[in-house]
Design a protein around this ligand. Sequence first.
Ligand code: FDA
Length: 379
Amino acid sequence: MDLLVVGSGFFGLTIAERAAAAGRKVTVIDRRHHIGGNAYSENEPTTGIEVHRYGAHLFHTSNEKVWEYVNRFTTFTSYVHRVYTNHSGVVYPLPVNLGTINQFFQAAYSPDQARALIREQAGEFDVRTAQNFEEKGIALVGRPLFEAFFRDYTAKQWQTDPHKLSGDIVSRLPVRYTYDNRYFNDTHEGLPTDGYTAWLERMADHPNIDVKLSVDFFDASQPLNRKALVGQLPIVYTGPVDRYFDYAEGALGWRTLDFEEEVLDVGDFQGTSVMNYPDADVPYTRIHEFKHFHPERAEVYPDDKTVVMREFSRFAERSDEPYYPVNTEDDRAGLLAYRELAKGEKDVFFGGRLGTYKYLDMHMAIGSALTMWQNELNG
Ligand code: FDA
């Protein structure tokens, strides 16, 4: 073995694939029973509908290098992501756009009229002096839109009253003064034609790559563990950075999600893949309906059943899956301390969203792994 990769998510698999292609013998371990990290998907057994196990994953990128690279392992469908939101029993398009504004105010404003209206409504607070998330949100989009679409949704995501949330969590709230409701603005967008897991498995399918699942790097009772291997060979570590150092500088804060999945005896539950629920009286933040991610599979998916997943958001305990960095001031100080400690770890390379404590989209995780391979490991 020339290289150990801890974690089989997109970051770890990209490193492993590049190293294997360059002739290195790579072992990839993952403590989960499956490959692919959070992008893993599997077919719901009774319907055959592909479900993204750790929340909806939409691939999009404007990075040509990444696009060329990912196309070596999968083709992509022409899926274009659009999100809707159910506020007080009325459905609006997101991100907030001219369609949302005109529907909300029961009007036919032109772009300039809508801009003038929102500017006037936003005048209640000044972005520069806003004291918290609520004041900053109102300063950005005005009170009516903020209260309808952002206030309670964000409070549900953070389990915190918007008065008490820092204005730092938002620099801008998206408002478009056109009817464009494409969710992403990237050059390339789509879903892997035969699913995420097929894509991820192809990345690992190389004679120089050995994948071992259900193996925890910190479990000293198995041979591929930290104590036995650090200093012996290069290691790319994509698990949580604070866990690596036994939380010596404190635990970094994360939000997690709980998912409630249900198979329903209807052909189509909501007519779209993602419906947000921004109101305080609904406990979940969104409902995903997975068959809508693949309209091209209509022939193979059942027409009398569907799979939905309700998403609930909360702060992560240590035993929960970490999903989104909370990134308080304490977290940022902790991260700097961990970065210092990481410099002292000979031949251990920290990467990926957990290893760097950064929210990374898939194309960013892949892009940063390609860069790490090029700049730090391919020597
Ligand atoms: P990832 O978390 O995937 O992999 C890390 C792996 O390390 C895991 O498999 C874990 O089990 C393993 N590991 C950790 N500790 C270990 C240990 N001690 N021993 C062995 N293995 C260990 N992106 C996007 O582009 N579009 C989208 O729509 C979404 N949607 C989305 C929704 C939600 C809810 C989340 C949380 C994230 C997204 N993402 C996304 C982001 C996407 O999930 C992310 O880019 C990739 O998971 C990053 O891959 P990594 O390899 O960095 O981490």
